[in-house]
Each structure stands twice: as structure tokens, then as C-alpha cells.
Design a protein around this ligand. Structure first.
Ligand code: ACO
Length: 439
């Protein structure tokens, strides 16, 4: 526990084991914001019992200074700054600095940081060959996961996680190279030549360039679309201890190198309940087909036996509007206007779905609101980005969050290997029976 948390421990929780005279007093820790947290570390030692919290809905797994979410109020802060202000006034590189370093940069710090990230955008030429090993129809998340993990084989010089300088270089390499690998995964899937990064472009512009440019034609940057991409990157940059970030931290707690940890995060992000949701939203809208079919679909969602979810709705922490969804909705309208898409059946369907869901008791009672993925899929589709690239894009944005959380973990003197316990409900102890005596 850090000294701040120690000093904040003013109140306590007393737990008594019913039917015995044993009890223990657990310190109650307070953070800068958010509810108090009971420090249960001595519970097992004092009372011989564990806590049970599958899905970790009531467990703070670490102390962090990076991101804060108030799910009831719909608030998201990066290092204390509201996401709405950052999305409007900042850009992805500045936000990346903020997440990693804790403060907004001065002009010189920002210029240096931008230069450092830009200088690392190319990947080792040998790494190109990895792509040839994948089938053309491989999901780009599979490629991203494999190739990012493989980076560890190229950078033996910065695998010492205990050296701050090596950690810093690994951070630059990951933030800079993941977009290149992501764009190449896409180019590979459509059989087009890989485009090398252009360091005269901004982070978002360069990413769009690597995705969309071809060597045969001049490339024209669209500032509205690159601004939208930058905003998508900012909105997805970090989100506290979600499933993929917790995966990165768990892998990092073993001392694994940063490239392996980020590859683990990419794998966790892939699931449809997490980063795969924006892809799933479009699939869902396509399956529903027309606005007229929405009421029937909503009926199916509410039927316990159907296992159908309204994708892009609901969140473990947000029990009010996801503030990212609100910004995403505005960006969606901007992008469609810029592209001259006046009638978007997808957007119409999404808005109708949102309208129905927000007035339906099932969703109201469960506090289910649109999350960031509900609108991001529509923007990306309008920008010409294919559905199977959506989660890849999310991974590009989240890399800086994962790296910041990994760095914080390594720099935390209290960090130990992550090793949860369990409640065992399997067979009791029994003797081995020879195969000819088994019935
Ligand atoms: N559609 C219909 N019902 C839902 C939805 C949904 N999208 N989400 C939750 N519910 C229902 C559950 O069935 C449950 O109902 P019950 O109380 O009658 O059993 C109740 O709401 C509570 O939901 P939980 O499953 O306990 O919520 P949890 O916190 O475990 O799950 C999650 C959160 C995974 C995001 C869930 O809401 C979901 O699957 N949403 C759809 C997928 C999605 O959009 N994921 C993106 C999340 S944001 C991100 O990763 C960037």
C-alpha cells in the first residue's frame, strides 16, 4: 500500500465470523474520488476465509492514478481531466502523454514526445515476413495479437522491465508501431501493398493514410475524418481496470515483457462482450434489417431464454449515459455530414433502437444505456473502414492506456504477482481406482 493510501485509512470495517468469537478490523481506504475500499488483505490470515467476487464487480484490484469513472454520474476523467474537454480541446498524442506521465505537457515536452513516437513508427523489415504466414482471410485481430507479441523477439535491448529508460522506449515503440501493424493487417487481408508510415502526418492522419492510401495514387487527407479518427482514439485511450487492462496487469505482474503483456490485452479485447462489441453492433443492425423489425428484436432481447443482447448497450460500470457515447453520437453526425450521407439507414435504425430502449422498462430498470460502441461502428463504417477492423482500431487507441497501466504497475512498490483464489466445489479427496474396477 502506498503512503497516501495508508494515511487515508481513517475508518475501518469490522468483520465477525458468526458462531465464533473471532473478528477482524479491516482498514477502510479512501481514494481522491469514489467510494471507500475495504482492505481485505488480512482477512484470510485473521479469520481463515476468502472473499468471493466472480467478475470482480466489488473488488479494487490495484491502486491507480490514471483514470477515474463515476458510472452513476456518467463521468470519465483521464488524470483528472474530463473526457469531454480532452475530446474537444486536445489530441491523441497530448492525451497519450497525459496518460503516461500524469500531467499535460509543456510545449517543449509535447514536441519531444511527438517526435519520439513518430521516430518509432516503422517496424523491423523482417517483421513484414510474419504477415505472409497468415491466411489472407485471417481476422486482423489474430494477426495483430500474433505480430505485437512477436515484437519482443526484435527488441532484446528493452526487455529489462526494471530499467525506467527501457520501459520508456518500449512505451514509444508500442504506441508508434501498433498502428503500423494494424494497418498492415488490413492491407494484407485485402491484398494491397503495405504503406510505410509517413512521419510528416499526425498520428491519426498517418493511421488513416496507412489504411487507405495506395502507391499508385496521390493520397488526400480529409481533416474532418482525421479529426474524427483522432477523437475516436482519445475516447478509447484508457478506461480504468476493464477486462483487457486487467489482463495486461495480470500478465505484467509476472514480470512478462511489455510486448507480451500488450498482446495479452489485445487477446482479451477481442471478445464481443468487450472490444468486439462495435463489430457486433453492426452485425446486429444488419441482421435486424429494417426499423420495422426493431420491436420484435427488442422483444427477443427481453426474453430470458433467447440469450440475445442489445449490443452496444449496457456497461459494468456506467449505470447512466456513457459520456463517450454522447461525444461519439455528435462525431457520427459530423462525419456523415462531411461525407454527404444524408440518409443513413444504419444511423436511423440505431437512433430508433436507442429511442425505444431508453423508454422501455426492461432497460430503464437495469440501467442499460448506449455505450461507446453503439455509435463508433456507424462512424467507422461511414469512413470506409471494414467491420472486421473495428476492434483492431480500438486496440490501436487502447495501447497507450495499457502501456500506462503496465508502467504504473511495474513502478508500484506494492505490486505482487496476481494470483486469485477460488471456492472449490469439485470432488472431495478420493482414492484412485484401477481401470478394470471402474463401473
Ligand atoms: N442487452 C440486454 N440485456 C442486458 C444487456 C444488453 N446489452 N446488458 C445487460 N443486460 C441485462 C442482463 O441480462 C442482466 O439482466 P437480469 O438482471 O435480468 O439477469 C442485467 O442487464 C445486468 O447485466 P449484467 O450481465 O449483470 O451486466 P455486466 O456488468 O455483467 O455486463 C456487459 C456488462 C458485458 C457490457 C453487458 O452489458 C453486455 O454484454 N453488453 C453488450 C455488449 C457490449 O456492448 N459490450 C461493450 C461494453 S463497452 C466496452 O467494452 C468498450
Amino acid at each position: 500500500m502506498s503512503s497516501t493510501a495508508k494515511e487515508a485509512a481513517k475508518a475501518s470495517v469490522t468483520v465477525t465470523l458468526d458462531g465464533t468469537n473471532r473478528s477482524t478490523t479491516l482498514p477502510l481506504l479512501t481514494g481522491t474520488l469514489g467510494p471507500a475500499v475495504a482492505d481485505i488483505r488480512k482477512l484470510y490470515g485473521d479469520l481463515g476465509v476468502f472473499t468471493f467476487d466472480p467478475g470482480y464487480g466489488a473488488t479494487a484490484s490495484c491502486e491507480s492514478k490514471i483514470t477515474y469513472i463515476d458510472g452513476d454520474a456518467g463521468i470519465l476523467l483521464y488524470r483528472g481531466y474530463p473526457i469531454e474537454q480532452l475530446a474537444e480541446k486536445s489530441d491523441f498524442i497530448e492525451v497519450a502523454y497525459l496518460l503516461l506521465e500524469g500531467e499535460l505537457p509543456t510545449g517543449t515536452q509535447l514536441a519531444d514526445f511527438r517526435k519520439n513516437v513518430t521516430n518509432h513508427t516503422m517496424v523491423h523489415e523482417q517483421l513484414r515476413r510474419f504477415f505472409d504466414g497468415f491466411r489472407r482471410d485471417a481476422h486482423p485481430m489474430a494477426i495483430l495479437c500474433g505480430v505485437v507479441g512477436a515484437l519482443a523477439a526484435f527488441y532484446h535491448d528493452n526487455l529489462d522491465i526494471n530499467d525506467p529508460r527501457q520501459r520508456e522506449i518500449a512505451a514509444f515503440r508500442l504506441i508508434a508501431k501498433v498502428p503500423t501493424i494494424a494497418a498492415w493487417a488490413y492491407k494484407y487481408s485485402i491484398g494491397q501493398p503495405f504503406m510505410y508510415p509517413r512521419n510528416d502526418l499526425s498520428y491519426a492522419e498517418n493511421f488513416l493514410y496507412m489504411l487507405n492510401a495506395v502507391p499508385a495514387e496521390p493520397y488526400v487527407n480529409n481533416p474532418i475524418l482525421s479529426r474524427a479518427m483522432d477523437r475516436i482514439l482519445v475516447l478509447h485511450a484508457d478506461h480504468e481496470q476493464n477486462a483487457s487492462t486487467s489482463t495486461v496487469r495480470l500478465a505484467g505482474s509476472t514480470g512478462a515483457n511489455p510486448f507480451a503483456c500488450i498482446a495479452a490485452g489485445i487477446a482479451a479485447l477481442w471478445g464481443p462482450a468487450h472490444g468486439g462489441a462495435n463489430e457486433a453492433v453492426l452485425k446486429m443492425l444488419a441482421e435486424i434489417g429494417t426499423k420495422e423489425n426493431i420491436p420484435q428484436f427488442i422483444k427477443e432481447v427481453k426474453d430470458k431464454n433467447s440469450h440475445t443482447k442489445l449490443m452496444g448497450f449496457g456497461h459494468r460500470v456506467y449505470k447512466n449515459f456513457d459520456p463517450r457515447a454522447t461525444i461519439m453520437k455528435d462525431t457520427c453526425h459530423e462525419v456523415l455530414a462531411e461525407l454527404g450521407i444524408k440518409d443513413s439507414p444504419l444511423l436511423d435504425m440505431a437512433m430508433e433502437m436507442e429511442r425505444i430502449a431508453l423508454t422501455d422498462d426492461y432497460f430503464i430498470q437495469r440501467k442499460l444505456y448506449p455505450n461507446v460502441d453503439f455509435y463508433s461502428g456507424i462512424i467507422l463504417k461511414a469512413m470506409g473502414i471494414p467491420t472486421h477492423m473495428f476492434t483492431v482500431l480500438f486496440a490501436v487507441a487502447r495501447t497507450v492506456g495499457w502501456v500506462s497501466q503496465w508502467k504504473e504497475l511495474i513502478e508500484d512498490p506494492a505490486q505482487r504477482i496476481g494470483r486469485p483464489r477460488q471456492i472449490y466445489r469439485g470432488a472431495g479427496t478420493r482414492d484412485y481406482v484401477a481401470v478394470d474396477r471402474r463401473s
